[in-house]
Structure formats: structure tokens, C-alpha cells
Design a protein around this ligand. Structure first.
Ligand code: SAM
Length: 321
């Protein structure tokens, strides 16, 4: 039936497009990455994720959990592996629709384990290639009883808002294996900002020399399948979908989730950068490429501002009741 239904065929093709796009992206070394004009933005996003992940791990530990298990939904090439290592978790399940990315993620993990100090106990891990907006992840777990303290879904969820079915399956995969009190954390573009900027534009797109966001039309904006095209210096060039946040929040209730925090990147940044240890992490990350003006936090704010022209993301966390 899947082969013959035109709607389903379209849905399938989109998943294939996303997977092949991410599979084609080359893994480049730090030297090449640091030459990129979007280096600051990547660094900034990484810092945001580090803070989000670090703080949620602290909360889970404060609640008395010793062995933390995590589901990284849409793990990509494993950009967050080091964050989980630093956080001292016990088990990680990494999953992504792009098979090549999952392979690279796994070999990064194996490398990390090989190079680690004998006294350091690196978390155990499982790697799964799957379309989380279509397949039931729990059926693929090595341990069918596995429950997670945290599901982390970084810059991924918007791909699932193509249809209600897909968005719901993604949520189900994110939440159904969470322990009571477990957290769903993630980052996704801010639909309000995207529409606001589109409406303010003379054309059907907006952006600058670094990024471009294009829509098919100004309205209507359906709740699902509201597609736009995002490109960023050739790094991301794939269709995405608006996530209407109140709807997302409502849908999550089906999985006993309650919203505990939703912030725009700029708000999150302003709040977290006040803490000394977060600021010093930012300085360390920034030290990979010295800030031109010598004022790390200010430059980073400007980077955040610049990025917010492209896409305003929210850091958010939900907790399982
Ligand atoms: N989370 C990683 C990070 O923060 O570095 C990767 C983010 S990347 C922008 C988006 C990822 O979502 C890609 O690796 C892509 O393959 C994955 N993805 C998109 N749709 C997916 C789906 N339906 N199921 C699983 N992964 C998906």
C-alpha cells in the first residue's frame, strides 16, 4: 500500500531526502571547520547544548539517580558524544535516519573508548539507524526493558512536523521509554520568528549572504506540513517544517509530559552566561578561534544575534509525569 499511495510515497521520499542530505555531508576536521564563517554559530550552538545537557544531568543526579541512561534522538555524527562523556552517563542509545552519520557516530565512540584513560569508565552504547518519525524505536533496543532518564533531540524535531502521524511517532519514540521524572530536552527553530520575518520580507524569502530561508507562499500556515527551505553556507540545505509550539506541547501530554521550560536562545544565553562555569566553558570553546574584539561574551552575543536572523531556536525541557 505504501508503494501505491501518492501521499505516503511523498512522505517516504522526504525521509530519504533528509537522510541522503545528511549522509552526504563530509566529516571535516577542526581546522577546516574553524575557517567557516559559521564557525562562531556552530560554537555557540554547541555551548547552548553543553549547558542544556549539563544542567539536565545535574537535575537528574540531584534527584538521586546514579546510572544515567540517555537516548540521543537524531544524533547525527555524534557531535554530543563528548558532552555525554563529560556528564559521566552510564548508557547511551544513539539513533538517526542517516546511516552514514550513525556509522561515523559509532566510530567516534569506539575511538573515544580506545583513547580513554584506563581508569575512566566510558558509557556503554547502542547505535540504531532508523526513521524515528515512522519506526518504533523500542523494538530495536538491545535491552527491550531499557528505560531512559533523558531523551535529547537537538535540531531534529522539526523534520517530523511534516504530518501529525510523523510528529506523533517522533514524540512517542522520545517519551515512551522515559522513566517517570525523566526529561525530554531539545532545540528547534522558532516558528513565530520565521513567519514574522517572512511577513516582513518583500519576497518569499529572507536571509543574508550566509543563510536563506524560503517559503512557497505567505500563508496559509497549516499546523503540519508547513514546509520551508533552509540553507546555510551549503551546510544545511534541506526542507524543514514549522513546529507550532502550543500544538507540540499539547501533543506531548499524550505521553504524560509536562512543559517545564521553554526559552528562546537569546533568553537562555542571557540567563546562563551569568554563571561563572558556563561563561568559562564559552571562553574555552571560543579559544579555539580567538574572538576578534577580545571580549568573548559580547562577541558571542552578537553571534547569537546574527544566528537569530537565520533561525531563532528554543531550548526547552519537558518532564515525564
Ligand atoms: N543532533 C545532532 C547535533 O545536534 O549535532 C544532529 C543535528 S542535524 C541538524 C539533524 C539530524 O536529524 C540529522 O542527523 C538527520 O539525519 C536527523 N533526522 C532528521 N529526520 C530524522 C528522522 N525522521 N529520524 C531520525 N533522525 C532524523
Amino acid at each position: 500500500e505504501e508503494e501505491t499511495s501518492p501521499t505516503k510515497k511523498l512522505v517516504t521520499d522526504h525521509g530519504v531526502k533528509v537522510a541522503s542530505h545528511y549522509n552526504k555531508l563530509q566529516e571535516v576536521g577542526l581546522e577546516v571547520r574553524s575557517q567557516s564563517r559559521i564557525f562562531f554559530m556552530r560554537n555557540f550552538n554547541n555551548w547552548m547544548k553543553s549547558v542544556l545537557i549539563g544542567e539536565i544531568l545535574e537535575q537528574v543526579r540531584d534527584a538521586g539517580t546514579r546510572n544515567v541512561s540517555v537516548l540521543d534522538l537524531g544524533c547525527g555524527k555524534g557531535g554530543d558524544l563528548l558532552k555525554w562523556r563529560r556528564g559521566g552517563i552510564s548508557h547511551l542509545v544513539c539513533t538517526d535516519i542517516a546511516g552514514v552519520s550513525v556509522e561515523q557516530c559509532q566510530s567516534r565512540y569506539e575511538d573515544m573508548k580506545r583513547r580513554s584513560h584506563v581508569n575512566e569508565k566510558i558509557f556503554s552504547a547502542q547505535f540504531i539507524t532508523a526513521d524515528s518519525s515512522k519506526e518504533v524505536l523500542s523494538e530495536k533496543l538491545d535491552d527491550p526493558e531499557m528505560m531512559f532518564n533523558i531523551c535529547s533531540c537537538q535540531f531534529v524535531y522539526h523534520y517530523s512536523f511534516e504530518s501529525e502521524q510523523k510528529a506523533d511517532m517522533m514524540l512517542r519514540n522520545a517519551c515512551e521509554r522515559l522513566k517517570p521524572g525523566g526529561f525530554f530536552i531539545g532545540t528547534t527553530p522558532d516558528a513565530y520568528q520565521l513567519i514574522k520575518r517572512l511577513e516582513a520580507s518583500d519576497s518569499l524569502s529572507f536571509g543574508n549572504e550566509v543563510f536563506k530561508v524560503s517559503f512557497q507562499s505567505k500563508g496559509p500556515y497549516p499546523l503540519f506540513g508547513c514546509q520551508y527551505h533552509f540553507s546555510l553556507e551549503g551546510v544545511v540545505d534541506v526542507p524543514e517544517f514549522l513546529v507550532y509550539f502550543p500544538l507540540f506541547e499539547h501533543m506531548a501530554k499524550r505521553y504524560n509530559m509536562r512543559l517545564v521550560l521553554k526559552q528562546r536562545f537569546s533568553e537562555f544565553f542571557e540567563e546562563k552566561v551569568k554563571k561563572e562555569h558556563h561563561r568559562s566553558l564559552m571562553m574555552k570553546m571560543a579559544a579555539l578561534e580567538p574572538f576578534p574584539c577580545g571580549d568573548g561574551s559580547r562577541q558571542a552575543t552578537e553571534s547569537a544575534g546574527e544566528y537569530s536572523h537565520a533561525k531563532e531556536h528554543c531550548g526547552r525541557a519537558g518532564v515525564r509525569a
